[in-house]
Design a protein. Structure first.
Length: 343
């Protein structure tokens, strides 16, 4: 961003309102556009690996003391740091997802070329149970996806992002489930995350009453429809062993639905303290938007990075070892490692 832009022109906070009244219509429009871009548009597209890397690098480049002073005195300061934090968080999620990518020694179905198995025995068992009926559909689905505008790496990242965010917001999801579906077993419920709004919103739906047709766009291939129907049916038939997470993401100027079926139940992987947390919060009259989140490895990495930045900025007056040890101790007590993955 150009330092001559009125958004980053150094000025005192007291003079901010006075300078705004003297600015031209073009400056005011540029200010509104930039604020909207940083506060709303960019965050909604931070579900794509390429966007995450580009945004994080661009914002990191504006870390000089001079740039920070200009940002801090601008109207976009709060939005800037919120988006910067989100981009960094998503970058860590991308890095974490890469560590969990399928290994080369997994066996791949020669028919569809997409389904992976851990062993020959697992492949035979999977063929008999369900893959025999799905193989042709998956092969056709692969052909359709190859023509899709969304890259394979981004589709895989969408699944990892949805699973991580669902785990991270389990207290909120428990609260929503208790409010909207009292007495209904979690095995019969799916989760929805809407990434087309800032911040993302969360909801819960009943698997047996979920209407897929409302989210199908005109011109959607029958293969894509059949795949969505198959995923929903698998979730219903799993008896709670898996969890269906439905994500809504921005694609160009429109939106798309991503359906993720986890290999293990995300509901059951939630620790007991999380359920106690949302029950206490509900009794205190709080709403799910102010619910605390679960602590995970991404939180710990962000905490370490924040501490490192703090120590670099303030010199050796603080003992890094003692501060980091507090974070690590807290993390070991609260970090879940349940190993849920994409099915």
């Amino acid at each position: 961003m150009n330092a001559s832009c009125p958004l980053f022109r150094p000025r005192s906070i007291e003079s901010r309102s006075e300078s705004c009244s003297d600015e031209s219509d073009d400056d005011a429009e540029a200010r509104r556009f930039t604020l909207r871009l940083i506060k709303d548009t960019i965050p909604r597209y931070l579900v794509y690996r390429s966007v995450i890397v580009a945004v994080d690098a661009a914002m990191h480049a504006l870390e000089t003391p001079e740039d920070r002073k200009k940002i801090d005195k601008s109207p976009v300061a709060d939005s800037w740091y919120q988006t910067k934090k989100l981009a960094h968080e998503r970058l860590l999620i991308k890095w974490s997802a890469a560590k969990k990518a399928p290994k080369d020694n997994l066996k791949r179905c020669t028919g569809c070329g997409t389904t992976l198995y851990c062993s020959k025995e697992c492949q035979v068992s999977g063929w008999k149970k369900s893959h025999k009926a799905e193989c042709k559909l998956k092969k056709e689905e692969l052909r359709v996806l190859q023509d899709d505008a969304i890259r394979k790496e981004d589709r895989l990242f969408h699944h990892h992002l949805a699973i991580r965010d669902a785990r991270h917001n389990m207290p909120r999801l428990h609260s929503i489930a208790a409010r909207d579906f009292p007495g209904v077993p979690k095995a019969n419920l799916g989760m929805s995350i809407d990434y087309t709004v800032v911040p993302p919103t969360y909801s819960v739906f009943a698997l047996d009453k979920h209407d897929l047709s409302k989210d199908i766009k005109p011109g959607t291939s029958r293969v894509t429809e059949a795949r969505s129907e198959s995923i929903l049916e698998k979730a219903q038939m799993s008896g709670g062993k898996t969890t269906l997470i439905e994500s809504k993401i921005c694609v160009g100027e429109g939106c798309s639905i991503v359906m993720t079926l986890t290999a293990q139940s995300v509901w059951e992987s939630a620790e007991r303290w999380e359920e106690e947390e949302w029950r206490w919060h509900q009794n205190e009259g709080g709403d799910e938007n102010t619910m605390p989140t679960s602590v995970d490895e991404i939180d710990l990495m962000m905490a370490r990075n924040a501490i490192r930045g703090f120590l670099q900025a303030h010199g050796s007056r603080y003992t890094s070892v003692s501060i980091v040890s507090v974070v690590l101790t807290f993390g070991r007590q609260n970090l879940r490692r349940d190993g849920s993955d994409i099915c």
